[in-house]
Design a protein around this ligand. Sequence first.
Ligand SMILES: Cc1ncc(COP(=O)(O)O)c(C=O)c1O
Length: 399
Amino acid sequence: MTQNFTGSFTQQEGIPEEGIAAALEVMRTGRLHRYNVAPGEIGEVGLLEQEFAAAVEAKYCLAVASGGYAIGAALRAVGVAPGDKVLSNAFTLAPVPGAISAIGAEPVFVGVTRALRIDLDDLEAKADQAKVLLLSHMRGHICDMDRLLDICNAAGVTVIEDCAHTMGAKWRGTWSGRHGAIGCYSTQTYKHINSGEGGLLVSDDPDLMARATMLSGSYMLFDRHPAGPPPESYEAIKYETPNVSGRMDHLRAAILRPQLANLQAQADAWNARYRQAEQGLADTPGLTLIERPDAESFVGSSIQFLLEGWSEKGIAEVLKRCGTRGVELKWFGGAEPVAFTSRYDSWRYVPAQSLPETDEILRGIIDMRLPLTISVEDCALIARIIRAEVGAVYQSEAR
Ligand SMILES: Cc1ncc(COP(=O)(O)O)c(C=O)c1O
């Protein structure tokens, strides 16, 4: 009998009861704004910032309104100005080039490898074109950070890490987001901790953090940042840094704190699902899995594979067949952007750039979310469905 999958690829788990209780408590006080705290009270946002800084071993942390906001503030904090070029991944999602363009700067796209990491040879070749790299650890794949830092340090390029997909991940024992000057994270619903919308930014640099804090809309209340830099860091910049309001509120922070405390257990649960799906797809003719280097401790909240050299018709047929059986796959090679999926040539506010080798890889990238409401057994079923449908279409592809 043909088995179908009946679950949802977009259904996250509920908010832990502890978070719901804390959120209710915030609502009862009526004090939702981050600076609206009682005498001596730190407040949920400040506590979250302290806890996140400790979790990723950073000196400073700032909670903001979204991951995209965190990236924009980071770019401004390191001095990116209108007209500047910023290196970034060709394989990422729209908020990344969007954050660069929003401040009048211009993305210079760096290619992607078959391992779905930024192409470090291409980065090396383009490193003299910009002073900043916005590095997106797209879909949780972390590149060789040692070589990346060698390249960027040699070229005087400041690195901002977009860790929207790597909260809780590490490269060679160091937390993702702690390799560059600033790390940015998202707490939007589909990420590793969920407050609907939200973002976090970390750094060890007091000057960068003072600028980011002023930018986020601190007014002259920057001394109410328990995980922020000392007040003297603000002296030189407090009158000349614009307020671009994007603060987090206590309600979201209250929801996030218990989730952050449980992040490692969640990461383990994601990885159990990822490994099950990966194992089920291994050695499927025509399908290439993505290698995970030993130095990378990842959080497998989604899985990708390549249908390399396939015709568009063949890939579309696989997607259709899997969709009919309840397995929702995303394709980065489609002619038009669909839902969250888009490609660098879809971002037409950026001057056109040509990356033929990247185009070839993007053409075959298939992407699937693994929310924790999908069980390990579900992952085995999903892999069986993909394997069967890829196998069926591959027969006609290979002919
Ligand atoms: C790779 C990547 N970077 C940044 C962001 C921005 O995060 P947010 O939605 O919190 O603005 C996203 C969101 O989907 C993303 O996928």
